[in-house]
Every structure is written in C-alpha cells, then in structure tokens.
Write a protein that binds this ligand. Structure first.
Ligand code: ADP
Ligand code: MG
Length: 254
C-alpha cells in the first residue's frame, strides 16, 4: 500500500527562508484514505500543498516528505507528479485558445517516460471513458481551459484532469475558492467516484458542508503552521459549531 508521509515539515517562502510558515507538521496519508485539513486563514494550508507539489516559490527548510519511505525533496515538480502527486489548483489559470482536450493530452503526455508517445486513439478512448464516469458532457472538452468558466466548470475541469492523471495522492485545496453548491457537488461527486484503495486525498477546505458529501477518514485542524488536533468527521462539525477560537483556547490552556 502506498504512503505519503510528511515528517516534521518546515516551509518558508523561497525569498524569506528564515520565516517559517509551516512549522513542524506531521501527517501520514495512506492510499485509500481521505484526510481533511481545516483551519483559519493564513495558517499555512495552501503553503503546505504547494510545497509538497514542488512550487518554486516555497522552500522546504526542515523535515521531509516521503512516498513509500523515499524522500521526494530532491525531485522536480514534474518528477513528483510522475511519482503520483497531483495538486489541484485553488486558482486555475485561463489558457484561452487551448482546448481542454488538448490541455489534458499535454498533461498526460508529460507524465509518460521520455520518448514514449501518447497514442491518440487510446487517449480519446480513455478521455471519453473518464468523462462518462464523471457524467461530463462531450462538448465540454472542446472549450478553452477556464476561459469564462463558472466556478462549477473550473471544478469539472480540475476533476477531469485528476481522473486522467490517476494520481496516488491528490492534494485538493478548496479554501477560499467561493464554491457554490453546484461546484461543491461537482468536487464531491468526482472525489467519491474516484475514491478507492489506490487513491489518497488531502482535502483542504473551509467548508464543513463539503465534508457532508465527502466523508473523510480523518479531520485535522491546522493552526499556526502545524496540526494541533485530529479527529473524525465529528471534529469538523464541532469546529463549525464552536469556531476556531475553541481550539486556540484549548491550546493556550495546555
Ligand atoms: P492558508 O491557505 O491557510 O490561508 P497560506 O498558506 O495561503 O494560508 O498563507 C500562510 C501565510 O503565508 C500567510 O501569512 C500568507 O500571507 C503567507 N504567504 C503564503 N504565500 C505567500 C506568497 N507567495 N507571498 C507572500 N506571502 C505568502
Ligand atoms: Mg489557502
């Protein structure tokens, strides 16, 4: 079984390496599990996911990230992707003039070993298979990437990308993205359709409601750069009812 282990991780901005944002975070995710991270704004949730994916703006200044016991820190972002990591972007870019079908094809091609060519017929067969699985209309993939997309359509594109890349570990940052109920459902249905023993998910969210649709195995509260509390789905409900001040008070009392 595949495992993603985040071990005593410290992350800072690349140009401010002495100011940690993530401050000694520990978390282990096994394929087959869904972990949710919740926490107040500015606590380092997005920084965590970007650092794991290998975003050049973020430097890992301490600790380690391992897949199946092997450190990924020396790997370039594309190598991390090939090792099974997928980062769903909080604010996907618009790529006018590039159709979703061609964008996904480039993404799938980029995952292949050097010199290996993607077979067009097999690619479209796979694409249409995934679209059927996710109940996405065929017309969708001829549109340009995120060009004039609604929140829900952006999410549909992201979920389809995830389905095509078949990651072992998906990092999904849904914070602040202003998900309406339609977009929330698209994310939840997509994740639930893909849920299974081969996929581990780290779901970052502000929305307790999302966790009504995607029931996580574990819920973690992140505060000031680390995980300060872990529980099951009930913890998310408790947070919604009591707010984060409750966690802060508990920490202060220790
Ligand atoms: P969260 O996702 O939990 O809201 P972030 O990881 O986005 O938190 O941000 C954590 C802290 O790091 C914040 O104080 C934020 O301003 C700072 N930060 C993150 N990324 C950048 C960046 N690219 N440039 C400047 N500050 C950043
Ligand atoms: Mg964020």
């Amino acid at each position: 079984m595949h495992t993603l282990e985040i071990r005593d991780l410290f992350v800072a901005l690349t140009d401010q390496p002495d100011k940690p944002i993530v401050k000694g975070l520990n978390l282990t995710i096994k394929a087959g599990e869904i972990h949710a991270i919740m926490g107040p704004n500015g606590t380092g949730k997005s920084t965590l996911s970007k650092a794991i994916a290998g975003h050049p703006g973020y430097a890992i200044t301490g600790g380690d990230v391992l897949i199946d016991g092997k450190s990924i820190l020396e790997m370039e972002p594309d190598e991390r992707a090939r090792a099974g990591i997928f980062l769903a972007f909080q604010y996907p870019s618009e790529i006018p003039g590039v159709s979703i079908a061609n964008f996904l094809r480039a993404a799938v091609q980029a995952r292949l070993a050097e010199g290996e060519e993607l077979d067009a017929t097999a690619y479209y067969k796979r694409l249409y298979g995934k679209m059927d699985m996710l109940k996405i209309d065929r017309k969708f993939t001829s549109r340009a990437v995120n060009d004039g997309f609604s929140g829900g359509e952006k999410k549909r594109c992201e979920i389809l990308q995830m389905a095509m890349l078949e990651p072992t570990f998906a990092l999904m940052d849904e914070t602040d993205s202003g998900l309406d109920i339609d977009a929330l459902r698209i994310v939840a249905d997509g994740v639930n359709t893909m849920r299974g023993p081969k996929l581990g998910v780290l779901l970052i969210t502000h929305y307790q409601r999302l966790l009504d649709y995607i029931v996580p195995d574990q819920v973690h509260v992140m505060y000031d750069g680390r995980i300060v509390k872990t529980g099951d789905k009930g913890l998310a409900l408790e947070l919604e009812a009591k707010g984060y001040d409750w966690v802060k008070k508990e920490l202060a009392a220790v």
